[in-house]
Design a protein around this ligand. Structure first.
Ligand SMILES: *Cc1c(COP(=O)(O)O)cnc(C)c1O
Length: 457
């Protein structure tokens, strides 16, 4: 064993399979066929007693695994605000996979520590955040929300003379949770995980575009955690930060903004007005793997109260050696972790500010094109397409559901359904750098055909 790994055969084999996959991406089923899903049962076997040839491991995975993938890196996967990795980030991942860096400490990876610092500076600049803001590089926005809310909990209790790290939750003064009615499910999950309890949330209302209605926000004080969002997961709508944040800051509340995909509007000259005032918050969560199209496992928490973030997430043990360099584990909940800042750095370095602006703008323009085409084809457009989300429905819930099912079954494009104002809707997220105008037109034609068919049944 291991001897056979010394030559580069398995890597050549993996590369061959990867290139064949990539060459076929625009013609493959966007969602795997039933047969290919059925074939996944090949993996249902007891663990072999003896070892397997390394090249066979790669071949088996390729043979049965490849066809059971969704075409995320093609141009017609419009589900869940998922991006598709930009090739330069995949190449970076290939190279740095050979480095296998544990990104937790400076001593385990000086390069990761350095590029986290560089990404922190670049992101602060792109998003226009206060100079003291620090960033932590985590697995996604779920983890970024968790990290930010830990910091908020620390600070809001500290303000009331309570040290959560020492005194814990039992007997702690209450924190008021003031949440947007349309808050993302990951934020709700985080609130529950942190022990705030869903029954204790004070909800405020959202308008028909899913934006916070400021007048419905309860009177705030310095025990309040205010949860806002940049980019509603259905409509893409943005809360009016410039109106809400100054009032919340005056009251001493902690403002957290979930901007998983939407925060990137700030990087575009033509769209940045959507985020006006967002720099007045105390913490922000954003993904690399959605709008920025990095590979998965890339989320960022940013916090304008470094002491709160670092104290809330701190770890110490005799064997943990901190240097005077950046120590990544201080800014997130993980210890051993992927050096995900390397790909984030690569994508930003490759695109530059103009490239990011162009890419994000083109997601928006393709979403506009999609919405116009679908409206012409007879669909009712529900949202103002301010960013990359297109929300549509048909004249009846049954018709909507049947069109969605037929589009999904075609496997030419894929998107998901959702509920909006208690009515089933179709949700299209244009989030991949790879989407072209032809992809959009092909998808519109697919919807038009499905609509005609469903209507005539
Ligand atoms: C996707 C998303 C999340 C969760 O992010 P992950 O990267 O999937 O953990 C949170 N909030 C919003 C608005 C999202 O779109």
């Amino acid at each position: 064993m291991f001897q056979e790994l010394k030559d580069k055969k398995i890597f050549e084999q993996a590369r061959k399979h990867a290139y064949a996959y990539s060459d076929g991406i625009s013609d493959m089923d966007v969602f795997p066929s039933e047969e290919n899903i059925e074939n996944l049962k090949e993996f249902d076997e007891p663990l072999n007693d003896e070892s397997t040839e390394a090249i066979d491991v790669i071949d088996i995975l390729n043979q049965y695994g490849g066809p059971a993938t969704t075409a995320q890196t093609g141009g017609r996967f419009f589900g869940f605000v998922d991006g598709g990795a930009i090739p330069v980030s995949i190449a970076t991942k290939w190279l740095t996979d050979f480095w296998d860096q544990c990104g937790g400490l400076y001593l385990t990876s000086p390069i990761n520590s350095k590029l986290e610092s560089v990404c922190e500076l670049w992101l602060k600049d792109i998003f226009g955040l206060p100079s003291q803001t620090v960033a932590g590089f985590v697995s996604g926005t779920s983890m970024a929300n968790l990290s930010a809310l830990c910091a908020a909990r620390y600070r809001l209790l500290k303000n009331q003379g309570w040290d959560i790290n020492k005194q814990g939750l039992n007997g702690a003064p209450p924190i008021r949770i003031i949440a947007h009615r349309q808050v993302h499910s990951s934020v709700k999950k985080t609130l529950v995980m942190l022990g705030f309890g869903s029954d204790n949330i004070e909800w405020f209302d959202a308008d028909e575009q899913g934006r916070a209605i400021p007048e419905t926000i309860p009177t705030l004080d310095n025990s309040c955690l205010l949860l806002l969002q940049a980019g509603n997961v259905n409509t893409g709508g943005y809360d009016p930060f410039a109106e809400i944040c100054p009032v919340a800051n005056k009251a001493g509340a902690w403002i957290h903004i979930d901007g998983a995909f939407g925060l990137w509007a700030k990087a575009c000259n033509s769209l940045k007005h959507l985020t006006n005032g967002m720099e007045l918050a105390q913490s922000w969560a954003v993904d690399g793997h959605k709008t920025l199209n990095t590979p998965y496992d890339s989320g960022i928490v940013m916090c304008a109260d470094p002491e709160a973030l670092v104290t809330a997430l701190q770890a110490s043990a005799d064997y943990i050696i901190y240097t005077d360099q950046r120590e990544p584990i201080l800014y997130g909940p993980e210890m051993s972790k992927r050096s995900r800042a390397l790909e984030l750095w690569a994508v930003m370095k490759y695109l530059g500010k103009q490239g990011i602006d162009e890419m994000v703008t083109s997601l928006h323009l393709h979403a506009k094109r999609m919405s116009e085409g679908l409206t012409k084809a007879g669909f009712e457009l529900i949202n103002d397409v301010v960013f990359n989300q297109v929300l549509i429905k048909c004249s009846s819930p049954d018709l909507t559901k049947s069109v969605l099912a037929s589009v999904q079954q075609s496997r030419i494009a894929w998107c998901g359904g959702s509920m909006w104002a208690d009515i089933p809707v179709i949700r299209i997220s244009v989030c991949s750098w790879a989407t072209t105008a032809e992809d959009v037109d092909k998808t519109i034609a697919l919807f038009a055909k499905a609509y005609k068919q469903a209507n005539s049944n």
